[in-house]
Design a binder for this molecule. Structure first.
Ligand SMILES: Cc1cc2nc3c(=O)[nH]c(=O)nc-3n(C[C@H](O)[C@H](O)[C@H](O)COP(=O)(O)OP(=O)(O)OC[C@H]3O[C@@H](n4cnc5c(N)ncnc54)[C@H](O)[C@@H]3O)c2cc1C
Length: 388
């Protein structure tokens, strides 16, 4: 019976980066994922690195650290993460006052600049000038989420890590100690287990009798294969509704409902946006739903029509492009901070999930987490501790 130093559950960006950092420190690590290929939120992510949108000293520090790591990550992983910087265009609805929308951004580290609808359409010729009253503009970092995650996994393997395809049923709990995990086929043993299972993290911990204030949305988007034309910018709505949805759905009063499948805690939202990758492929979206059942099925037809119609108002060329609808779970927390650290009273149990800006913050927090569990003092990790 092999006993690893660490079991990492989940091979999205969180689990891949953390596995890599742990194995670089010399730990024996097995990364378990239920799928052989990337299927979760990382697979469908836009890949934005929002350094500009920090609203606290803590986030400013982490964002800068994250960006610093990204600058040399391709070299470190020996894999091209496709890091680049481009303009983020935040469109303002034609019925909204641009100055009032701009005022909502004053809290950010680097507030975007207001430009007219005409200036916006000069920057982004595919934009429908009539649909907007103006736009906010800022510089935005961008990576390819799938390639970055794959890069982490390959570097992890080269550092001696092991990846197994296995669906974890629950953590193996003996008294107050977590000794590994049980999967459909077998049992894996480890001194430490860390849950990086994205939107499934909550259910997985619940199955083990551990309550954590981690939540998830069902996110929907459309993936469009490479096209000939080129978007000049990343286009998103200035008045994003997703953060409000997450705040409403994670209030303490609603917590008990999260343990009962079958609820829709707040109405769904649609943030119409589009991003093009270097190979010319596009992702447009996104709908977010708060359904308490992670296995809930969603009818794609209506969602696809709604996404196309909303994106089409701003970027008409994209409305009718053939593409494929997808949905996935996205984890989030109740305070915009990730849930990272030791699981209260359980020896050997950790969580690393619920990131609001994972593409930017995971690289630095994976390093900080690894240093912290290796005995180094860290001023930030204790602030992200899960409440259990
Ligand atoms: C459309 C869209 C756009 C986004 N845009 C951005 C963006 O611009 N910037 C940004 O930072 N973030 C963005 N996000 C959010 C970001 O993509 C996710 O928060 C992030 O990818 C989550 O990574 P993860 O590792 O936590 O989860 P996932 O990528 O979902 O990975 C979890 C993994 O755990 C595995 N797993 C689950 N249960 C089990 C089990 N029982 N046993 C074994 N394995 C299991 C799954 O197979 C999966 O591989 C976006 C998300 C979406 C959907």
């Amino acid at each position: 019976m092999k006993t690893y130093d660490w079991i990492v559950i989940g091979g999205g960006i969180t689990g891949a980066a953390l596995s890599y950092e742990l194995s670089c420190k010399g730990f024996t690590v097995v990364l378990l994922d239920q799928n052989a290929t990337l299927q979760g939120a990382t697979r469908y992510s836009y890949g934005g690195l929002g350094v500009w949108s920090s609203t606290s000293e803590l986030m400013r520090l982490l964002s800068q650290e994250g960006m610093e790591i990204h600058r040399s990550l391709s070299e470190e992983l020996e894999a091209d993460t496709q890091l680049r910087e481009l303009d983020l265009l935040l469109t303002i609805d034609s019925n909204c006052d641009p100055q009032s929308v701009l005022a909502e951004y004053s809290q950010f580290e680097t507030p975007p600049k207001l430009i007219s609808a005409k200036q916006a359409s000069e920057l982004e010729p595919l934009l429908n000038q009539e649909a907007i009253s103006g736009a906010l503009i800022t510089r935005y970092g961008h990576i390819h989420p799938g390639k970055t995650t794959q890069g982490y996994k390959e570097a992890f393997r080269r550092a001696g890590g092991e990846i197994q395809i296995a669906s974890v049923l629950e953590l193996l709990r003996v008294g107050d100690k977590i000794q590994g995990v049980t999967t459909k086929e077998s049992t894996y043993f480890a001194a430490n287990t860390v849950v990086c299972a994205g939107g499934i993290s909550r259910a997985l911990l619940k199955a083990t009798g551990i309550d954590v204030r981690l939540y998830f949305t069902h996110a929907e988007m459309i993936e469009i294969p490479p096209v000939e034309f080129k978007l000049q910018t990343i286009v998103m709505p200035a008045q994003t509704k997703r953060f409000q949805l997450e705040a409403k759905a994670s209030t303490a009063e609603l917590d008990y409902l999260w343990n009962e499948p079958g609820h829709e805690l707040v109405p769904p939202i649609l943030d119409a946006g589009a991003i093009q990758f270097l190979d010319g492929s596009l992702r447009i979206g996104q709908i977010s739903r708060v359904l308490t059942d992670p296995q809930a099925t969603i009818a794609p037809e209506q969602s696809e029509t709604a996404i196309r119609a909303e994106v089409g108002k701003v970027l008409p060329t994209l409305e009718k492009l053939s593409g494929t609808w997808h949905s996935c779970l996205v984890a989030f927390s109740n305070n915009s901070l990730p849930v990272v650290g030791k699981l209260g009273n359980y020896e050997g149990a950790y969580v690393f999930s619920g990131f609001t800006k994972p593409m930017l913050l995971v690289p630095t927090l994976a390093k900080r987490f690894t240093n912290w569990i290796s005995g180094q003092k860290d001023s930030i990790i204790p602030q992200l501790s899960p409440i259990s």
